[in-house]
Design a protein. Sequence first.
Length: 119
Amino acid sequence: MLDLTTSPNAAREIDLLAPFEVIETMIDLRIQLTQLEQQIQALQPAFFAACLTLNQAKIERNRAIISRKLTPAQWTYAADILQQEALLKQLRKQFQQDHEPTGGRETTWIIKLLLAQST
């Protein structure tokens, strides 16, 4: 596996690699990212408990500042507002069917890892 973090010319080296080596390197990195995300998920409850124990709006450390934040507010809308929202959604759908998009539609590639997800 190519270590892109230690090479000052990493972008230029990628161009010189065989396509399958680039693909395999990307898969390796995505696997590492998945493993890190799983570790973060597992640690999240303990992290929240630790922050709550300190009971501070801002926790300052050498490498990070952790701040308390509220999740987005939620409302229960009246029936007439929900009806207007449904009408707007229908109008947007009709507009999309009648008109070509003005942006987007760039080619991209998706990586689906074929690993067993551990919980």
